[in-house]
Design a protein around this ligand. Structure first.
Ligand SMILES: [Zn+2]
Length: 386
């Protein structure tokens, strides 16, 4: 929900949250994301079970330091609540923050698969400026608030603190490993880079152009050079630089030569918890007129190579396909099919995410966006056949 922006409101960016009963160690921590756009303020947040191995001090006004500078990451297994912010407006000496708390319930044998949500209630409180804990990255953007909860008739004071830690909303690492005879696209050759793409939805990104010598781990006797998702998974296990997804959001990209993917796609996000994808640099555009200048071309000789990887990373961040427009999440064959004499493919490609996807990447619950989270939210991760 949006509100008009005027007066004193929290600055845009990511805030570290700590929450719990006043005077006791915090029960939860997480982040709140504040976006200022076109005269409006939008916000969302997520809470995880508090890591009391890091700190075991009672929460009182300004007592819980952030885990460090920048956007923090938390253990995925501790994911607890999505906060849907419904009210954010100036108040006498700070601002009023109102949100619905939606508890995430994982079920099934595998934690986090096919979970669902339970709305636990709406909380409204006045957040006021407070002295930040020593070393807090932004001492003048620190707020604390309290409210009285009466779950069983016994009143108790609950406290929430929030401190600005980054101008970015979220943070990720893209690690790219590839085979020898292709390339690692770091941009589209026309001003669209990983940094500019991620900046469009207010994420900070680090790209690791890592190994250039991947080889397929298949038995030598099979004589086939085609990579399958199983080969890409084996490369991920052998070559991914870090797999501690509790500490950083790392999406892993394998660039192979020729691949076998559903629907003869040029790329596929194959991982059931959205950690990894693979792309075939040697994939050929079909020899059909709608592909225009790219007809019969090898993917890694074209600008679309970068787009294909961004598209699959979009699936890894929980996005499904667009069914309108010409943005990143519209499948390439559909964009080519909709080309016209006036707007031929690939000139009709829009080098951006559409508005709904930008909003999802900023405000969708962590568990549906972060690698190692739930698959829910990705309806179709393969590209249809050209
Ligand atoms: Zn797709």
């Amino acid at each position: 929900m949006a509100h008009r922006y005027h007066g004193v409101l929290p600055a845009a960016g990511c805030y570290y949250l700590a929450y719990g009963r006043d005077g006791q160690p915090p029960s939860h921590e997480g982040t709140l994301r504040v976006e200022h756009r076109a005269g409006r303020v939008l916000a969302s947040g997520d809470l995880y079970v508090f890591d009391d191995s890091r700190l075991n001090e009672p929460i009182s006004a300004g007592s819980v330091p952030a885990p460090g500078p920048g956007v923090p990451a938390f253990a995925v297994a501790g994911y607890a609540y999505h906060l849907r912010v419904t009210r954010l407006e100036p108040a006498a000496s700070g601002f009023t923050l109102g949100f619905e708390a939606h508890r995430y319930i994982a079920h099934g044998a595998r934690l986090l698969d096919d979970g669902h949500w339970s709305r636990e209630g709406t909380i409204t409180m006045v957040m006021q400026r407070a002295e930040a804990p020593p070393g807090h990255p932004s001492a003048d953007r620190f707020y604390t608030g309290e409210f009285v909860a009466e779950p069983n008739g016994a009143a108790k004071t609950m406290r929430l603190q929030m401190g600005h830690v980054s101008s970015a909303l979220r943070k990720a690492v893209i690690e790219i490993d590839r085979v020898k005879d292709t390339r690692t696209p770091l941009d589209n050759g026309a001003g669209v880079s990983w940094a500019s793409v991620f900046r469009s939805f207010d994420w900070e990104v680090s790209v690791v152009d890592s190994d250039h010598d991947l080889t397929r781990a298949a038995p030598a006797s099979d004589g086939i050079a085609v990579w399958t998702a199983a080969d890409a998974r084996a490369a991920m296990i052998a070559r991914r630089n870090s797999h501690d997804l509790d500490r950083e959001w790392r999406y892993y990209v394998v660039i192979a030569g020729t691949i076998q993917a559903p629907g003869k796609a040029h790329g596929h996000m194959f991982h059931s918890r959205r950690e990894a994808l693979f792309v075939g640099g040697h994939s050929l555009f079909p020899d059909e007129p709608q592909y225009g200048a790219l007809r019969g071309q090898r993917l890694d000789t074209t600008r679309e190579f970068f787009r294909t990887i961004v598209h699959e990373v979009g699936h890894a961040m929980g996005l499904g396909h667009n069914d309108t427009g010409f943005h990143f999440m519209r499948p390439t064959p559909v964009i080519a099919a909709q080309a016209s004499a006036e707007h031929p493919f690939p000139g009709n490609v829009q080098w951006s995410f559409d508005e709904a996807d930008l909003h999802a990447l900023r405000h969708r619950p962590d568990i549906l966006v972060r690698p190692g989270g739930a698959l829910q939210g990705v309806e179709d991760v393969g590209e249809p056949a050209p």
